[in-house]
Design a protein around this ligand. Structure first.
Ligand code: SF4
Length: 68
């Protein structure tokens, strides 16, 4: 699995960074970015907690093509 951010929605409050600090960070513009490609199980769990916590619904999980 991979995590992603819909950058146009992000309001830079860093909630996702707090909940999944090894998956997300803020870039120089203050927009959330993913800092890891393939997620391990613990990282998937942390992203799953970040998804409903993002007030802009900007966080998502998607299957890696190689998972198919
Ligand atoms: S929780 Fe949502 S709005 Fe906040 S920094 Fe992360 S992606 Fe952006």
């Amino acid at each position: 699995m991979r995590a992603g951010i819909q950058r146009g929605l992000c309001e830079s409050n860093a909630v996702c960074v707090a909940l999944a600090p090894d998956v997300f960070d803020l870039d120089e513009d203050g927009i959330a970015v993913t800092i890891v490609d393939e997620l391990d199980e613990a990282q998937v769990d942390s992203v799953e907690s970040a998804i409903p916590s993002c007030p802009r619904a900007a966080v998502f999980l998607r299957k890696d093509e190689s998972d198919a």
